[in-house]
Design a protein around this ligand. Structure first.
Ligand code: KG4
Ligand code: ZN
Length: 326
């Protein structure tokens, strides 16, 4: 079965064509330059870019396909609608996909450079860390999700972006902080590890961002590299601690990671050093938003929506993994 996948939930327009887990084509149009001057994603600008980019990327596919895999949420409503309206016009059956399960399924083996090392054995423990989400999920089987915990305020990626903004480093913050941190001392500034020892799997990152803000305001001189390294190290400590705690409690057979923050080399290295079990992290380009992951998640879905029912497909900006409607 040939799947054409469309992803427009935030600021990347992505299209991919997969034939039975083999990548035939994958395209991403990044909008970083458009949003950088604002220090964050501007929804109506993002939506306009998707509208412009979708036909351009689609033209490059140059191949027929059987079904369309489509992100319908969570994400920015006007952006999701651009993908949905474009997909409906293609007049092929649609498999609606949750963006977060896309990040998880980026770990399913597929044939291309960057292929994850191994298949999964259930139960699977998944950590999704992106610009909009920070979530620990337990899967008893395909498409069977139980969210063990999530952030109560900012997502980890959002914290990277906000800290970079308050240090005037640019956008998006993640890769910039990662680079600065390489030259810094992670022990220089003593920053909090919010909720690390809480009796649950929830996260909180807004206090960490505020701690950085106070430091910047109160100290005469700040070493930005040291501050970036200290901040990054605090985020990594919390993510790892909770993942290990869930690993011990739920004893999953596989552990998988996903989302843009997982592109961070220091985080990947920390996982390698301290998680003593088989696990999988996609190559960085498959951690960041892409359409291949949407096609992979769709490959396990049965709810094909035919053109006559297309009015049932709508954007779901707050879609949960547990929502069984898709
Ligand atoms: O998954 P993603 O591409 O989009 C969302 O679904 O949100 O994640 C984007 C987020 C941004 O907050 C970005 O700053 C962060 O991932 N990010 C990183 C790195 N690369 C991207 N965070 C830390 N280190 C990185 N190297
Ligand atoms: Zn994402």
């Amino acid at each position: 079965m040939k799947i054409l996948a469309i992803e427009t939930s935030c600021d990347e327009t992505a299209i991919a064509l997969l034939d039975n887990f083999k990548i035939i084509k994958r395209l991403v149009a990044s909008q970083i330059k458009i949003h950088a001057p604002y220090g964050g994603v501007v929804p109506h600008l993002a939506s306009r870019e998707h509208e412009k980019n979708l036909p351009i990327l689609f033209k490059k596919i140059k191949s027929d396909f059987d079904v369309v895999a489509l992100t319908i949420g969570p994400g920015l409503s006007p952006c999701l609608w651009q993908g949905i309206n474009f997909a409906k016009k293609l007049n092929k059956p649609i498999l609606p996909v949750n963006h977060l399960e896309g990040h998880i399924y980026a770990n399913w083996p597929f044939s291309a450079k960057g292929r994850p090392a191994s298949g999964w054995e259930f139960p699977v423990l998944a950590l999704v860390v992106s610009g909009g989400h920070t979530q620990i999920v337990l899967m008893k089987g395909h498409q069977n999700y139980k969210t063990l915990g999530q952030t109560r305020d900012d997502a980890a990626g959002e914290a990277f972006d906000k800290v970079a903004k308050l240090l005037n480093l640019g956008y998006p913050g993640g890769p910039i902080i990662e680079k600065m941190a390489q030259k810094g001392d992670p022990k220089k500034y003593d920053l909090p590890r919010p909720m690390m020892h809480s009796q649950n799997y929830d996260f909180s990152f807004s206090g960490l961002k505020t701690a950085v803000l106070y430091l910047v305001r109160s100290a005469d001189k700040i070493n930005k590299a040291d501050l970036c390294a200290s901040f990054q190290s605090a985020v990594i400590d919390v993510l790892l601690f909770k993942t290990k705690k869930a690993f011990e409690e739920f004893k999953p057979k596989s552990v998988v990671f996903g989302g843009g923050v997982m592109a961070n080399k220091a985080l990947r290295q920390a996982i390698k050093n301290s998680l003593h079990t088989a696990y999988c992290i996609p190559d960085p380009e498959f951690c960041l938003d892409n359409a291949v992951m949407i096609a992979l998640a769709a490959s396990f879905k049965k709810k094909l929506i035919k053109p006559k029912d297309f009015d049932k497909i709508e954007a779901k900006p707050n879609l949960n993994l547990e929502d069984n409607s898709i």
